[in-house]
Design a protein around this ligand. Structure first.
Ligand SMILES: CC(C)(COP(=O)(O)OP(=O)(O)OC[C@H]1O[C@@H](n2cnc3c(N)ncnc32)[C@H](O)[C@@H]1OP(=O)(O)O)[C@@H](O)C(=O)NCCC(=O)NCCS
Length: 154
């Protein structure tokens, strides 16, 4: 894990980010959604790059009025299980802290064990279910919250 870098996304990175998105989700964000996120108030897209400056994953977080929300996170399928998700999620939580969030929320597919474990590892706890929130396939969302003041040193 040497020479791994975190940096903010720019317009020039969107092709790669969009490719990872399409390889990661059955209902991916549109390219326009990423473009909007680049300029949306309180929103940051963070990238994780390898020793050759190739983008291996990204995460998007929005912080408004003391509440953060993880809007998206994905690691290139060929590079999962290597600790990149950990680093990206920490970057999103750091962003929320810098922008004065007290808690961070997110939704995740009920069956998405990898993501749910990642979130729980970093202090998120389930707070509710949104019935049939996702399509393709239809599935409930688990809503999770991380209390930034009491999350320990993960
Ligand atoms: C979720 C995701 C971002 C994790 O990225 P990753 O780089 O593979 O994760 P890491 O290697 O950093 O692992 C971090 C933790 O995630 C959990 N995790 C990751 N892969 C897992 C798997 N296959 N099974 C169970 N838990 C897993 C573990 O808690 C792991 O910590 P540990 O290694 O100490 O056990 C990645 O699987 C992904 O891009 N999935 C598709 C997109 C997605 O579902 N995003 C979430 C939308 S809500």
């Amino acid at each position: 894990m040497t020479d791994i870098q975190l940096r903010l996304c720019t317009e020039m990175d969107l092709d790669t980010v969009y490719t990872i998105e399409q390889r990661s989700f059955s209902t991916p964000w549109s390219r326009e959604s990423f473009q909007s996120a680049l300029t949306a108030v309180g929103t940051e897209i963070w990238l994780l790059t390898d020793e050759n400056e190739k983008i291996r994953g990204f995460g998007c977080v929005m912080t408004i009025a003391g509440d953060g929300e993880v809007l998206n996170i994905a690691v290139d399928p060929d590079y999962r299980g290597m600790g990149y998700g950990d680093k990206l999620l920490l970057a999103l939580l750091d962003s929320a802290v810098r922008n004065e969030a007290e808690q961070v929320f997110l939704e995740v597919r009920e069956s998405n064990t990898a993501a749910r474990n990642l979130y729980e590892k970093h202090g998120f706890q389930p707070i509710g279910i949104r019935k049939r929130y996702y399509s393709n396939p239809t599935e409930d969302a688990v809503c999770m919250c991380c209390d930034l003041q009491n999350r320990g040193n993960n």
